[in-house]
Design a protein around this ligand. Sequence first.
Ligand code: NAD
Ligand code: UDP
Length: 331
Amino acid sequence: MGKTILVTGGGGFLGSHLCQKLVESGHDVICLDNFFTGRKKNVRHLLGHKGFELIRHDVTIPIYLEVNEIYNLACPASPVHYQHDPIQTTKTSVHGAINMLGLAKRLRVPILQASTSEVYGDPLVHPQTEDYWGHVNPIGPRSCYDEGKRCAETLFMDYHRQLNLVIKIIRIFNTYGPNMHPNDGRVVSNFIIQALQNMDITIYGNGEQTRSFCYVDDLIQGIIRMMNSPASVTGPINLGNPHEFKIVELAELILKLTNSSSKIIFKPLPEDDPKRRRPNIELARKELDWSPTTDLEAGVLKTIEYFDEELSTGGFSGADGVKPGGSPTGL
Ligand code: NAD
Ligand code: UDP
């Protein structure tokens, strides 16, 4: 039987795919979003659907709803966006978690937290396993996000231990795909938009730093499996693609796939930028029988198609073209 499911951050990149999948599976979905970085466009096609409802609301403010499950995704995820208003970023993670956990406690329903590989900071253990406590700067420009998410994990575990709440924590590693905001500022969207417009490809640092990129469809499957896992499976569980690439390799792949005449240029590396990142996903394999199946080239091709369409429909092109990494504009 269909459930009523709350998805906070449902108008964003991952949230919109999650809403879509849950509606397709016959559930009633309440999408809650303040549209700080999300876009109505991501969920507009769902608006007429009888199983879909949209609420503009900020998770830092309590809300009273009746639902059977909660996915808590609300939080800007791109470094450019979460550093735009760092105080609000911490509030969103911490007050947002408290409000959503309070709702889950009143209703006695399972709640899932979208945590992040950033809880490992600039990791000294590689690849990252869930039992690694991380190497995080508590006072740097990324701390609003990293420490906010770490505190949210603490709250989730304490609501579980103290109040017996069914909680699920997933640590998401770099995920990409359609519905990313063109001004998002993250590396995959930046490089594709630059390549499609024959603008310079901006590598920060020397490009030797690594990330492991997961295609959105794989990730959404993992998130839903986590929610539907037995109550004893609380996580944290890493979800991501374990294939690791240098940022320069990503730039070269995108140049090749877009057939672009863009040049690669090098810019200063942002402070506290992690040098290496790759998930160990053995726990997800064991507990959720989950592993990603989309390789980088296939996923990037689908993402290129999406951004090509975004650019050609003109929604974001000004005289200078789309500027990757601008201020949040989903307002
Ligand atoms: P996104 O920025 O596209 O989506 C976040 C959504 O949350 C947006 O729709 C935004 O408007 C909304 N939001 C922000 N603050 C809010 C608030 N105070 N109240 C209500 N809504 C608010 O980012 P995303 O990539 O879809 O990320 C979704 C979640 O997954 C985030 O919690 C993020 O930390 C986590 N995550 C994502 C990645 C990734 O690679 N995409 C990696 C690690 C973790
Ligand atoms: N990066 C880059 N050029 C860009 C955007 C990002 O070289 O235009 C680098 C960034 O410095 C980091 C990596 O790509 O080393 C991934 O950055 P992103 O912002 O996507 O996410 P992060 O994993 O750092 O949270």
